[in-house]
Structures are given as structure tokens and as C-alpha cells.
Design a binder for this molecule. Structure first.
Ligand SMILES: C[S@@+](CC[C@H](N)C(=O)[O-])C[C@H]1O[C@@H](n2cnc3c(N)ncnc32)[C@H](O)[C@@H]1O
Length: 207
């Protein structure tokens, strides 16, 4: 991709690898809906994604999780991060309100962290993008429409592109809707559950 490694301005962050506490400090001003340890697992697993695949995020809001994935990519194999979010009016399962104003904040956040050449924002719903998706995926992060139908559709449209040894991370996996989809996936034996961190459940493709 030809991206130069990011040179961090501050001595504290002059690094090619973050600890959890330094990552959290580095991006603390970005508004987001993910816990500290969730930020770190996204960063760590993004570092592992091999150069012949990419990272897909479904549900970006103002870019906090996108930045964790983008920094992981920069410190790893510099793969593209596709961040899919229509940024249209949306009310989440817990009553959170999302909309167009989040998009400009996301652009500002991405560029201020020097990630404009790593994160490719796609302003469409995952349902539309999934119909024409073609790329191999090393890490799929699902944090968009949390209804059973929404999560199931995201898995069906994108999960088949996840490479062997690749990961799917489900956010808010304490919700019955998300748990149900995960349980159905685990019956197939194509994926195994590797860990639960905060509200994230991590599945790894083994076939
Ligand atoms: C909980 S927020 C995501 C939080 C974000 N990952 C973070 O780090 O703060 C959910 C987002 O999903 C988006 N969304 C809802 N349905 C979607 C869909 N079908 N495809 C992509 N994004 C969707 C909403 O617009 C909203 O920005």
C-alpha cells in the first residue's frame, strides 16, 4: 500500500507498538462506545492481519474503533481498513442516537491521527455494501445494527470472505440478538470461540 509508518509527535507515543494504557491515553479525546480493553483487542488483532487481506468494520460512529483498527494496521501489515457506516439517522438498541453529524467528526478524527490513507470510509449500510463485497477479510468487526436480523445479515454477507485463521469480533455480545447469531455460527464448526473481552466475543475461522 506504500504507507509510511506513522511518526508520533510526542515522546510518549514515539512507538511502533502500544501498550493498552498508552493506546487508551493516545486516543482518549475521540468519542466512542468501546471500553479500554476492547480498544486494545481491536488494535492487537488488527496488527496480526496478513497483507493479502483487509479489515472490515461495520458501525463506525465517530471513528474510535476505526482508529484502533487503523493504528493496529499501521503497526502490523498496513492493510486497508474499510469502515462501513451510513451515518444516517439511527437509534441503537440501548437508545443511542446516531446521524449525519457523526460523519464529519469521524473524518476529523481519522485525519488528526494520520490515518487518512489507511481507513477507507464507506457511507452506506452494510446490507448494501455486502451485496457487492469481493475482498478477502482478515478481521471483521461487527458493531452496526444489533438486531438479530442485522447481525445475522452482516455475518452472512461478510463472514464467507473471512480467511482461514481470520477473526470475527462481535460487539455487545451480551445482547440476546447477538448471542443467538454467535451460537448459530458455532454449530457449524467453521469457527471457534477464542476469547471474550469486555462485551466483545472473538471467533476464529478454523476451516
Ligand atoms: C454503537 S455505534 C458504533 C460505535 C463505534 N464502533 C465506536 O467505536 O464508537 C453503531 C453505529 O452503527 C451504525 N449502523 C447502524 N446500522 C448499520 C448498518 N446496517 N451498517 C453499517 N453501520 C450501521 C450507526 O450509524 C452507528 O454509527
Amino acid at each position: 500500500m506504500g504507507i509510511n509508518k506513522l511518526i508520533f509527535q510526542s515522546a510518549l507515543f514515539n512507538t511502533s507498538s502500544f501498550s493498552q494504557s498508552n493506546l487508551v491515553k493516545y486516543i482518549k479525546k475521540v468519542e466512542g462506545q468501546i471500553q479500554d480493553k476492547e480498544q486494545f483487542i481491536l488494535y492487537q488483532l488488527a496488527k496480526e492481519v496478513s497483507s493479502d487481506s483487509c479489515i472490515v468494520e461495520i458501525g463506525s460512529y465517530r471513528g474510535k474503533s476505526s482508529i484502533c483498527l487503523g493504528l493496529g494496521s499501521l503497526h502490523g501489515n498496513e492493510v486497508k481498513v474499510f469502515a462501513i457506516d451510513p451515518h444516517s439517522t439511527y437509534v441503537g438498541v440501548n437508545g443511542g442516537k446516531f446521524g449525519a453529524s457523526d460523519l464529519s467528526k469521524m473524518y476529523k478524527n481519522i485525519t488528526s491521527f494520520g490515518l487518512g490513507e489507511v481507513i477507507y470510509q464507506i457511507s452506506l449500510s452494510s446490507f448494501e455494501v455486502g451485496k457487492i463485497w469481493q475482498e478477502k477479510i482478515g478481521l471483521l468487526w461487527i458493531d452496526g445494527d444489533h438486531t438479530y436480523e442485522g447481525v445475522k445479515s452482516d455475518f452472512e454477507l461478510f463472514g464467507r470472505f473471512v480467511t482461514s485463521n481470520g477473526y470475527i469480533l462481535f460487539h455487545d455480545s451480551y445482547l440476546d440478538s447477538v448471542k443467538q447469531v454467535i451460537n448459530e455460527i458455532l454449530q457449524s464448526e467453521d469457527f471457534i470461540l477464542t476469547e471474550k473481552i469486555g462485551t466483545i466475543t472473538v471467533l476464529k475461522k478454523v476451516k
